[in-house]
Design a protein around this ligand. Structure first.
Ligand code: BGC
Length: 761
């Protein structure tokens, strides 16, 4: 703590200190006028600014002042473009500055554990490496404008059902490798000014009062120096939360939580040092927010709209394009079918809901992009009705039959996915399925354009020739879609989550959203593609999948070393060529596979990605650099990341399931700490240590003939060998005539452990 802060804190009364630790109202901190401490303003996030001019709430019920509605995080992530996301962050930061917002409540980086989570559209990915890298870009962009970000919701907030009380039971390895890793790079490398704690409990303790998360991991391991703010209403016990490392309780509650702090200090239940530490962090935040801010140019909302359009264009994913039906020619008759074409769904509901500055309309944009093409519209279904409307269906079928192609705009109604509620199935409304079916009777050229915030099942996937996933693409989504349909933009987005064929195939199907008060993360680290790969389940569309109107060829994968020490960097390069006739962008994906591991690991894990632009015929070399963390796993035995010696493979892919090149590398690292031998160690456990074999064999020889395990091992029958290797050591005092007694057995165990220690040095 610097001297000025120290003096300021000394000048503060207990009441004043406590007052800094909760909000003035829904969105502001409390000022202390006597000491010239100003109030600062917070606002939602993540994909646009939500400032309510009238009544405040955290569910987006009341309208907010207009702001650019960028593509939601799920869409933005499909661009895999850190620079683009940084620029979106810059624009968000500028809009914040114009409204005097000091802290933007985003990005959201919770892992998409299940596609059913109602808030998945606010999160980046099922993969922690990708999610954290994109979040870092967002944070860097916003914070370059002198506005802080608040990364959320820390941690393991992966469902909406009972979100304010559910107890997430997650093992230590999965917590670190998947759920915390999604925050880690963003926090350690981009240093957001704030971290928002989650509502839920993690392994029995509310995230808001979880010292392991808020202090051990965040402060001690990651060296985080910002503040922790509660999710709105997440504090269960104010003193416990402060003690665990939560500085700011939001929203304001008329000083009630301040009084709890004062009482706890007066009763000796909370130390003044803990309160002073929190106050020092809050003062630092306020200083950051009110001084040292860069000059920001005047706002140009048209420019931001164009950026929203660029971001949407880069994010749209072409899932399927049989017979190269797309792009469409700029002449012909096209049927535009579906109520969603009139009212494109471009964002989700809840606290992230933005009041857009303007909205591109599809019909106008198609006319602009389609040259002399003609468009006719038919609703086909009613979005908010589960009943099939036969007259609408007939009208759509007649229109489709007279057109060169039918473009069906389908997806999820607003109330299917929203903050606070999870879905319980992955289907689009039956009215839309009926539409695909009916139109396919009269028209072969069907293009489906989807607006949804999370995967859907597509039992009808073979029917349309082309499928475009546009997710919830923000206020300029219509222009971006029209550009892609007519080939003014070559699609380059790729999925950042797996589309399962059926809900039953999803990794946590048996444990989502949990029973009663608890949800068990029994799938462990096998989340998203890590699960489908390991189980050999064919997804509908895999993680990393996305097509282009051009084609790319990969060659010359090179690794800087065939063998590296665990402290070395591994440099990787691969050449990509555009072999088609159009300029396009490719997202090159690098996965690492641990081919010999002492614990079960995913088949492959994303550890690098780059998006590159290539003219027809052009080649580029793409380079990656991997450090020890790229090969490590989180080892619960040592409560830390561990890099194990052995062989690995570096894989280059167009997607997680389309690996185009691979190369081996040997890492000379460490061995996992060896577990000591005990009475229930098996014969096999002991014999796998070469240093123990001669001594242990001699000891076995000294036992009697009858039931001698050496004889059993040498018997030549594989099953007998297998069975013998699994015998616990203690059985040797039961099976043999010259059975060693317990004391003699303990002597043996001590000698074996002594040999092991000698071997470890
Ligand atoms: C949400 C947060 C949001 C906050 C303020 C909560 O309900 O979970 O993500 O930032 O409200 O609106």
């Amino acid at each position: 703590m610097d001297n000025a802060t120290q003096r300021l804190i000394e000048a503060m009364t207990l009441e004043e200190k406590a007052s800094l630790c909760s909000g003035l109202d829904f969105w502001r901190t409390k000022p202390i006028k006597r000491l010239d401490i100003p109030s600062i303003r917070l606002a939602d996030g993540p994909h646009g600014l939500r400032i309510q001019a009238g009544g405040s709430d955290h569910l987006g019920l009341n309208n907010s002042i207009p702001a650019t509605c960028f593509p939601t995080e799920v869409a933005l992530s499909c661009s895999w473009d850190e620079e683009l996301i940084r620029r979106v962050g810059v624009a968000l930061g500028r809009e914040c500055r114009a409204q005097n917002v000091a802290l933007l409540l985003g990005p959201g980086v919770n892992i998409k554990r299940s596609p059913l989570c109602g808030r998945n559209f606010e999160y980046f990915s099922e993969d922690p490496f990708l999610s954290s890298a994109l979040a870092a870009a967002y944070i860097n962009g916003v914070q370059s404008q002198g506005v802080g970000t608040v990364i959320k919701h820390f941690a393991a907030n992966n469902q909406e059902t009972r979100r304010m009380s559910v107890d997430v039971n997650v093992d230590e390895r999965a917590l670190h490798e998947i759920y915390l890793a999604s925050f880690e790079t963003a926090i350690t490398q981009a240093q957001p000014w704030g971290v928002m704690c989650a509502y839920n409990k993690v392994n029995g303790t509310f995230a808001s009062e979880n010292a392991e998360l808020l202090t051990d991991v965040l402060r001690n391991t990651w060296q985080y120096d910002g503040i922790v703010v509660s999710d709105w209403g997440a504090v269960n016990d104010r003193a416990a939360a402060l003690d665990a490392g939560l500085e700011l309780d939001m929203p304001g509650n008329d000083g009630r939580s301040d009084q709890r702090i004062i009482d706890a200090v007066n009763n000796g239940l909370l130390s003044t040092a803990v309160l002073d530490r929190a106050v020092a962090r809050l003062l630092k935040l306020i200083r950051r927010a009110t001084t040292e801010q860069p000059q920001v140019p005047a706002l140009d909302m048209d420019k931001h709209h164009l950026l929203a359009r660029e971001a949407a264009s880069e994010s749209i994913v072409l899932l399927k394009n049989d017979t190269d039906l797309l792009p469409l020619p700029s002449s012909g008759n096209f049927a535009i079918i579906g109520e969603l074409a009139k009212n494109l769904r471009y964002q989700g509901s809840g606290s992230s809901r933005v009041n857009p500055t303007k909205i591109d309309t599809l019909v106008q944009e198609l006319q602009r992009a389609g040259g002399s093409a003609l468009f006719h519209y038919s609703a086909g279904y009613r979005l908010n009705s589960e009943q099939i409307d036969l007259s609408l269906l007939d009208e759509a079928v007649i229109l489709a039959s007279k057109s060169d192609a039918a473009i069906l705009f389908l997806g999820l109604p607003d109330d299917y996915e929203t903050e606070g509620v999870d879905r319980n199935h992955l289907c689009i409304p039956a009215t839309q399925v009926a539409l695909i079916e009916a139109v396919s009777q009269v028209q072969d050229n069907i293009i489906v354009v989807l607006s949804n915030g999370s995967p859907i099942e597509m039992p009808w996937v073979v029917t349309p020739k082309a499928i475009i996933e546009s997710y919830l693409g923000g206020q300029a989504m219509a222009a971006a879609l029209a550009d892609i349909l007519f080939g003014h933009v070559n699609p380059s987005g790729k999925l950042t989550e797996t589309f399962p064929e059926r809900l039953e195939h999803t990794p946590c199907h048996l444990n989502f959203p949990g029973t009663s008060e608890c949800v068990e993360y029994r799938e462990g680290v096998f989340v998203g593609y890590r699960y489908y790969d390991k189980k050999g389940i064919e997804p509908l569309f895999s993680f990393g999948h996305g097509l282009s109107y051009t084609s790319f060829e990969y060659s010359s994968l090179k690794l800087s070393h065939e063998q590296i020490l665990d402290s070395d960097q591994l440099e990787i390069s691969v050449t990509v060529k555009n072999t088609g006739k159009r300029a396009g962008k490719e997202i090159v994906q690098l996965y690492v596979s641990d081919t010999e591991s002492s614990l079960i690991r995913p088949d492959s894990e994303l550890k690098g990605f780059k998006k590159i632009a290539l003219e027809p015929g052009e080649s580029k070399q793409v380079s990656f650099s991997l450090n020890r963390r790229a090969f490590s796993f989180y080892d619960p035995k040592v409560h830390d990341w561990h890099l194990e010696s052995g062989w690995f493979e570096v894989l280059i892919g167009r997607s997680s399931r389309d690996i185009v090149a691979r190369a081996p590398v040997e890492i000379v690292g460490q061995q996992r700490p060896i577990s000591p031998i005990h009475a229930n160690s098996t014969i096999g456990d002991i014999l796998k240590h070469p240093a123990l074999v001669p001594f242990f064999n001699d000891w076995l020889e000294s036992l009697s003939e009858k039931g001698n395990v050496l004889k059993m091992l040498r018997n030549g029958e594989p099953w007998m060998e297998e069975l013998t290797l699994q015998l616990p050591l203690r059985t040797q005092s039961d099976y043999s005539e010259k059975a060693p007694n317990r004391q003699e057995l303990q002597c043996l165990i001590d000698s074996l452990n002594h040999l092991l220690q000698q071997q470890q040095g």
